[in-house]
Design a protein around this ligand. Structure first.
Ligand code: ADP
Ligand code: MG
Length: 358
């Protein structure tokens, strides 16, 4: 389903936003423009400043420096309830003594909305998140996934301009996490609501986002679509964080018009590249873009380790350039065993030269 234009949806702009806690510069001049109806994920390791950034957008944390805009208004110093944003927390933060209905109704009751309006809005939103019929339950009688849906419903019922998610799926098992992230994404697209989503899980970020902001020690390391980050990481940090990656020494022999001629071991290939100087480089080689064969002209190596994963096999191959991880989905020759002498052929679509010599 494609996103619909939602006249309520707001643009969110962060202009050089910073936050210091004592000696810790938690957020360091983060600038970012999120378009109406877009879902942007803040992705990075624990402690890189994701939650602090989100809490400043929500107004739950004072802004140390810079400015924040929601829609046409500057909100930098406005209290949370004057910002038209709602947040879904990792812990769900449901009230244990209230029913599902009253948990969802809570914000509307605070605003003293009429009973008829509350009834209508809560029922609509519970239906929207796929939970009709459970209004009378207490949160403790719900599964983790259902509690998560109630938390989302409680945020949506306020019809915010912006929805904020802070690691909303961390308390769920892997299978449910996958399903819930799809549900959140579908809902967000259907409603056309602007959303900022925080996670440290790169697979989740790739699956759910229009764009991803990779954060490293309080700074934005790269901002781009999932495909851009995967295909053209700006640096090694991003390449390591998004997907599996090999980093191999190579020679950059020519560069022109966005293409580079490179040599990896015995193999020459032409790959897409940003402008770089000719000479030694480090190339990123994705494991699934390396063909492993028992013959041919490629980089010679010996299989050290095999993991058979059902639809694919992972090989660790020792070569003159170092250890190389290869993921083979095709397995035309069946699964190869440890100790086998192999040749590795690099496929151009999964190879990308990185700035900085090896
Ligand atoms: N209230 C606080 N007081 C002191 N330090 C904090 C506080 N909140 C966060 N920090 C520090 O700021 C940095 C960023 O934290 P946080 O935004 O929670 O990161 P993330 O959500 O990416 O894990 C960390 O070093 C953390 O310890
Ligand atoms: Mg956090």
């Amino acid at each position: 389903m494609t996103a619909q234009a939602n006249p309520q949806a707001a643009r969110v702009v962060l202009e050089q936003v910073s936050k210091r806690f004592g000696q810790t510069l938690a957020v360091d001049q983060v600038s970012l423009a999120i378009e109406p109806g877009e879902l942007v994920t803040l992705l990075g390791p624990s402690g890189c400043g994701k939650t602090t950034t989100l809490r400043m957008v929500a107004g739950l944390e004072t802004v140390g420096g810079g400015r924040i805009f929601i829609g046409d208004a500057e909100v930098t110093h406005l209290p949370p309830n004057a910002r038209d944003v709602t947040m879904v927390f990792q812990s769900y933060a449901l009230f244990p003594h209230l029913t599902v209905f009253e948990n969802v109704a809570y914000g509307l009751r605070v605003l003293k909305r009429s009973e008829a309006e509350v009834q209508q809005a809560v029922r609509n939103v519970l239906e929207l998140v796929g939970m009709p019929g459970l209004e009378g339950r207490s949160p403790s009688a719900l599964s983790g996934g259902q509690q998560q849906r109630v938390a989302v419903a409680r945020a949506l019922v306020m019809q915010p301009k912006v929805l904020l998610f802070d690691e909303p799926l961390s308390n769920l098992d892997a299978k449910l996490r996958k399903r819930m992230r799809e549900e959140i994404r579908l809902l967000q697209q259907r409603l056309g609501i602007t959303a900022i989503y925080v996670t440290h899980d790169q697979a989740e970020a790739l699956a759910i986002s229009d764009r991803i902001v990779v954060m490293d020690r309080g700074r934005t390391s790269q901002i781009g679509s999932p495909l851009e980050l995967y295909k053209a990481p700006a640096n090694r940090f991003v390449a390591e964080f998004i997907g599996e990656a090999n980093f191999l020494p190579a020679q950059l022999e020519s560069v022109a018009d966005g293409w580079a001629g490179i040599r990896i071991g015995p193999q020459r290939l032409r790959v897409q590249s940003r402008p770089l100087a000719v000479g030694p480089v480090t190339v990123l080689a994705r494991p699934e873009a390396i063909r492993i064969q028992t013959g041919g002209e490629g980089l010679a190596g010996t299989i050290q380790k095999v993991s058979y994963l059902g639809s694919s096999a992972d090989y660790t191959v020792e070569t003159d350039l170092g250890s190389v991880l290869v993921t083979d989905y095709a397995m035309p020759g069946g699964v190869l065993s440890a100790g086998t002498a192999v040749r590795l052929e690099f496929l151009p679509h999964g190879v990308y030269p990185l700035p900085g010599a090896s």
